[in-house]
Ligand binder design. Structure first.
Ligand code: HXC
Length: 494
């Protein structure tokens, strides 16, 4: 097959076939449906050559495991999606479902092929349908390697992981010209739907890369971190991974109000270089990602005290809930690390719907039947304590560091509410306040009461974190979910 590499390189992008080569193990790609073409006769399409109808589909191997791939070729009619092109992609997803392997889409397209009219739209419909059938059964990965406009953004939007590339990716429902015409808003493509915007602000993207090469390396890394289908077992022990004490004793600052980086704890606890962060730039007050613990594949959810004190807001709730859903669908055990002052108060968040968004976290954790182990690092306050995979939402085991504080709210806030009348107008108001704060701290701000009530299984030393987590995850390796009431499906808040 002759590929027009030069035409694509002139746009500063790699060609579809070069992208496939970067993704798969050398020489492993086998193409299917390469002879398929369009059957359109309108608008100059009669007899027009469209090799493979503008999308290369087939199977390859990544680190020894099979993956299905489709890659749109912008040099063939701008990678536009006609009926045959759409059918090829939908068939590829179907084949991946049947062969139980991840499906990876490389998107670079001007959208629906205008000449083919409604048949192009039918092609998109077929893809959306298959994306939905595949959801939760095989991992679906979208790489945005060029324009992705109109309804075309909704196939990536239905998939599990969207990879974007700086200055290459563009995703929007309508482009800047339409935005100007309809909204009278001046905006560049980059501002409207560039990689940085989707990674940092909209949350549409899950992984940001500086260039195409880095992007494909990251896709390979992700594939090493997750099971290749919902049946693959995550509990494969790496006998070479040593038991080890974690250097974590000093990570929590003495001062209760001082922040720290929860990623230091994650990196010290899990296997070396195994942490693969998802949505790193979005809602940074929460951290989610995959890692390994003595070989066991796990999903990690953590509050990030370094950003907004680790509070749960609308975006962080969405980020956590979607990640928990993914892990549960694929049987990936969840480790949740908690240091959360609460849900973010204020009219801005209420108007955004913190009730609706926050409810997603409760729903996702409660429904998740995958093994769930929780570690309370410091604050676990109020509704956010419940939400962050507490025993009450079905955590299998909950451990706490000695620094854990479990309460309805922090001491200052609590005392100001409880003793407002007694303190009002008193000369010794501050003394009374300090005394009550101390009393409150002594009573609530330790894990002891939670241990007595069985809400926390044990208080562990930070240095034992890795070994304890491993031990208790391993106990859960054959966990079988308690059957749910017989129903079609629940109604998750969205
Ligand atoms: C047919 C298309 C096409 C399309 C591009 N081409 N988009 N052909 N249908 N949708 C062709 C061009 O005619 C050109 O052909 C070649 O691809 C390269 O395109 P250029 O415009 O030269 O490239 P560039 O300057 O890089 O601009 C890229 C672009 C622009 C920004 C994507 O092509 C563009 O605006 N395309 C239309 C985008 C669009 O509105 N799509 C429909 C969205 S609606 P030649 O022969 O000159 O090389 C939609 C509905 C889906 O997708 C609904 C699903 C539910």
């Amino acid at each position: 097959m002759q590929y027009d590499l030069e035409k694509q390189h002139k746009k500063g992008k790699l060609h579809a076939i070069e992208r496939i080569d970067l993704l798969v193990d050398r020489g492993s790609f086998v193409e299917i449906d390469s002879g398929v073409s369009h059957d359109c006769h309108d608008f100059g399409m009669e007899g027009k050559q469209t090799p493979y109808d503008g999308v290369i589909t087939g199977f390859g191997i990544v680190d020894g495991k099979q993956v299905g791939i489709y890659a749109q070729d912008f040099t063939v009619m701008g990678g536009s999606l006609g009926h045959a092109h759409g059918r090829k992609i939908a068939r590829m997803i179907e084949l991946c479902i049947e062969s139980r392997c991840p499906c990876i889409g490389i998107n670079d397209s001007g959208g629906a092929r205008i000449q083919e009219g409604i048949k192009s739209l039918a092609g998109y419909g077929d893809i959306f349908f298959q994306n939905t059938i595949a959801s939760g059964y095989i991992p679906q990965i979208s790489i945005i390697a060029g324009p992705c406009a109109g309804g075309a953004v909704y196939s990536p939007g239905l998939t599990d992981f969207v990879f974007v590339i700086d200055k290459v990716s563009q995703m929007f429902v309508t482009g800047p010209k339409v935005v100007k015409a309809v909204m009278n808003e001046d905006v560049t493509s980059e501002q409207l739907g560039g990689a940085a915007m989707h990674a940092g602000e909209s949350g549409v993207a899950h992984v940001f890369s500086k260039n195409e090469k880095e992007c494909f390396q990251k896709v390979r890394m992700l594939l090493r971190s997750i099971p290749h289908c919902s049946d693959e077992h995550c509990f494969i022990k790496d006998d070479n991974a040593k038991k080890r004490k974690c250097k974590l004793d000093d990570v929590i600052p003495q001062s209760k109000t001082k922040a720290y980086d929860v990623k230091d704890i994650i990196i010290e606890t899990f296997d070396e270089d195994s942490f693969f962060e998802i949505q790193k730039e979005f809602a940074r007050n929460a951290v989610v990602g995959f890692a390994k613990l003595a070989g066991i594949k796990v999903g990690i959810v953590a509050n990030q005290p370094n950003v907004m004190g680790g509070v749960l807001n609308c975006d962080a709730s969405d980020k956590i809930a979607r990640f928990v859903n993914y892990c549960d669908a694929f049987g990936i055990p969840l480790v949740t690390m908690v240091d959360v002052p609460g849900y973010l108060p204020g009219s801005a968040e209420e108007k955004k719907g913190i009730i609706r968004h926050g409810a997603k976290v409760l729903y996702a954790y409660s429904r998740a039947t995958t093994p769930k182990v929780t570690l309370l690092l410091r604050k676990a306050f109020g509704g956010a304590y419940i939400a962050m995979c507490s025993k009450h939402l079905g955590a299998d085991f909950v451990f706490a560091w000695p620094s854990a504080e479990i309460a309805v709210m922090g001491a200052q806030g609590a005392v100001d509410v409880l003793y407002a009348k007694q303190m009002s107008g008193k000369a010794d108001k501050e003394d009374l306040r300090s005394q009550k704060i101390q009393e409150y701290n002594e009573k609530f701000l330790s894990p002891d009461i939670a241990v007595k009530l069985g809400y926390v299984d044990d208080v562990i030393k930070p240095q034992d974190t890795r070994d304890k987590l491993f031990m208790f995850l391993w106990i859960l390796r054959n966990k079988k979910a308690t059957p749910m009431p017989d129903k079609k499906h629940g109604n998750m808040p969205l």
